[in-house]
Design a protein. Structure first.
Length: 129
């Protein structure tokens, strides 16, 4: 499989996470990723990333999806340079990073046009080497 990429600008606001979930699921299914449980996990990761960007970021929210073989990476960029961190799970919010870590192979943060981009490598697609 060759490398596939998609880039989307998301509307700011409460509807952004739902838009991102639908978009990532549609793009990945279009690329041949059909395992329902895996797609659901991807949608949760993207929803958490976008929710964090809307709540704590600034500026535009950009979603990127990359696939090469069974490896898929999603990234969400926003205008804030503040690096995400775990928060007290008993407070408001606070579970996003924990969910992302539980459903992914790892995440990193990089500078992006004066803000940041959070990149998450999703768990390897089932059934592929």
């Amino acid at each position: 499989m060759s490398e596939l990429t998609a880039h989307l600008d998301l509307p700011l606001g409460r509807g952004a996470p739902a838009s991102a979930r639908r978009a990532v699921t549609a793009v990945l299914a279009g690329w041949g990723f059909h395992d329902g449980d895996w797609l659901d996990a991807c949608a949760v990761v993207v929803s958490e990333l976008v929710s964090n960007a809307v709540r704590h970021g600034g500026g535009c929210v950009e979603l990127s999806i990359e696939a090469h073989g069974g490896r898929v990476t999603v990234a969400v960029a926003d205008g804030s340079s503040v690096v995400p961190r775990r928060r007290d799970p008993d407070g408001v919010g606070g579970r996003g990073i924990v969910l992302i870590e539980a459903l992914s192979a790892g995440w990193t943060v990089e500078n992006h046009h004066g803000g940041k981009r959070v990149r998450v490598e999703l768990e390897h697609y089932p059934g592929l080497p």
